[in-house]
Design a protein around this ligand. Sequence first.
Ligand code: FRU
Length: 445
Amino acid sequence: MNAISSRILDQHTAVRRVLPNYRSSRWTIADALKVRTDDPTTTMPVIDYNFPVMSNDVMIWDSGTLRDMHMRTVTYKGWFVLWSLAVDKIDKTNAKIYDEWHSRNDRAYIGYWYSADGVEWTWGGRLFQTSADLRPWEWSGSLVMREGSENKVDMFYTSVGAPDGNSVPAVCSGTIHADDKGVWFEGFSASTEMFKADGVYYANASEDAYFDFRDPQPFINPGDGELYTLFEGNVPGMRGQFVVGSDEMGHVPPGYAVDPGAQYGAAAIGLSRCVSNWRKGDYSRWELMPALVTALGVNDQTERPHFVFKDGLTYLFTISHHSTYTGKSTGPDGVYGFVSEKGIFGPYKPLNSSGLVLGNPSSQPYSTYSHFVDAQGYVQSFIDTIPAAGQNAESPDTYRIGGTLAPTVRLVLDGDRTFLTEVHDYAQVFAQVAWPTSLAYDVRA
Ligand code: FRU
């Protein structure tokens, strides 16, 4: 037996141990047929063309609050903290900013903000030392206070931009510090890769040139107290050779015919379990597990997946695009979600029947993206583009670029339904846990 097949066998054994008789849940074509744009309970508020910006020096997009391993937003010594993907605004003329914004992924780095009140933010600059970069770009992940520690912080992120096209979830660690003037970080000088796309549970570059494998969101599973991570992946298999059958279709109306292009949608919400001694800060070994939810036949991207644990239910949120729906399925850019009554392994059903939780309004279809729902239902997202008045909403000639956070909104999570109920300030953060906190478990264990 060669090294690869013995590794795959090991993974299957590990998965059977944790998940006997496991099957991924599905987001079906029939579910997606129920998506309705502009329903007021599942639609982001219209953003004012004259929105305020957090900084004149940087443009930011995917962002997240400092959190704990239970998905709760924390303050550190009273300070609110956010990380963001960022690019520097070099030339501040409008024309140049358009180029800088639209090519931003090829220069993205992770920076941070701090705030005394959760509303007014100060840009703290780069989080990592350049020695931490395994590849040229830093993409999404999560900034987490280490369980049981006074001030250790771990940035789980995606290392991207190497010529081989691989994107690799990685972790870089340091410490957080604060005084009465602000917050700063130390360390963050070296990264460790977590795991790679295997082509068995998740598509890799040789199966799918457009494969996604990124955005780690680790958490302690309330069910077994172990450390797992969610991430964005794709269903394994050769691109263009999937068969969309009755499982992927769901309960479609009579006569529904699957569009042949539907099979190009092969998104998967990935799961992996940490098998190194994470209680001592060792995040080096993980075992990939089968996807929690797949969207074969529906959509090719389920990005930044993350959990909310509430009322004994497990809410699984993910962001997706209008442009990544396939076949005849369609829906807005926004955040989608699923709920399980039996813990993280599901089965999951789509929230609001369709899966749509918050989409952009049809008058501003690309207003916001990269929504992150926290444990109290507050949702941050960034402003992408806002069309000028009177422009064609889908392809405006004149639009304003965001690069800053949108108004924070709040969701009520009520069983398998969600409702937009509150709209707060731009970039507003509400915290749940004050750190340093009482230690969640004995670190000597
Ligand atoms: C979502 C996303 C993430 C990725 C980042 C790159 O907005 O596509 O999946 O990490 O943006 O900018």
